[in-house]
Design a protein around this ligand. Sequence first.
Ligand code: PLP
Length: 425
Amino acid sequence: MGAAPSAHGTRTVRGGRRWPHWPQPAPGAEAALLDVLHSGRWSIASPSDGTPTQEERFAEDFAAYLGVRHCVPTASGTAALMTALEACGVGAGDEVIVPALSWAASASTVAGVNAVPVFADVDPDTLCLDPAAAEAAITPATRAIVVVHLYSAVADLDGLRAVADRHGLALIEDSAQAHGASYRGRRVGTFGDVGTFSTHHTKVLSSGEGGAAVTDDPVLARRIEHLRADGRTRSPRRPAAGLPELVETGELMGSNRCLSEFQSALLIAQLKVLDEQNARRRDNAELLDGLLGKLGCRPQATSGQTTARTYFGYAVGLPDSLRDQPSGPVAEALTARLGLHVRPVYRPLYESPLYAPGTRRRFDFAPGHLKRLDPGRYDLPAADRAARTFLTFHHAALLGDASDMRDIAAAFRHVLDLRASPARC
Ligand SMILES: *Cc1c(COP(=O)(O)O)cnc(C)c1O
């Protein structure tokens, strides 16, 4: 007895020691927010004061960090994905290949631009989109492939880029869970035609809500700018104080999906500590890989060309001896013992209660379309097995120290021993 779930971590084996908080304000964040507060310029649609907006500064910093030409900040990762899809020419009735294992936004954004998400299976070790499965899912209606770097893994980008190029498809690289990861020495988000990021409060770079789309292609960047600012772009020349920051070109109709000046100012400060925090997460994850590996667990792998990982979540496969047991009760027992939310990885999107296009009137725009959106026709073995055998927890815990990792490993040992013995309580 004794160990019970507690949001505050006070009644667990950790004797009241807490897990690190997330998000954590970076040095300078508070002053930057106050500066915006008193500047009279809270949005990029505010009149110019003759200096660059916070948004422009963040876009420049983030583009330089990634090594990409253009960055267009957006209101969310969802907004970044929707503008990326539309900028790449995805529209009514097109098919977009999406990994079967991901957050609901991977499917809802495709449906949101009136296209059809087609789910393809993941690699059983990295849990990221498998290039062969993606290629097998291509039909004459396919327009794009969306790849997600899931939890901490980088997908097989060489394989996916080759498939996209062979079939003349756009590759959109959803890097919402991988700010700062790299592949062959280059940051992820720069391998797709467009890379997208979220800065939602859960993500490793956060402004509460927010996102960005990045690309080397000036034509795509200009479309994304229009799509996110009601058909307006940033003025080509810096406007004089008092004049509008944005130009109404009417080139392409958009919607308002802009990041506020508060969020941009916050991101400029948060970006400065990203590498340092990522390094800490990586060191702790490596320690944990070793400790859990000794218990027969299989930490999530990353593709061979990965040169740096980041950890949005730490994901690990349970030992084969527990293959036939559902992972849910194991996750609950770990959560109770650690006071840390441990849970099974995402359910396949075609089974997710959050992917339910039939609940939205807007998708009923043409006969037969809803039928194509129906997820009922899928059953993908690697995604299904991952959902039953992998557990995950949020990266905040990886900002702790080595003793925190040993607590996690000890809890795994305890819970796995109980589960493996036939007479368990
Ligand atoms: C978080 C996330 C999104 C959506 O980002 P929001 O900012 O929440 O809209 C999209 N894709 C993936 C893989 C994510 O993790």
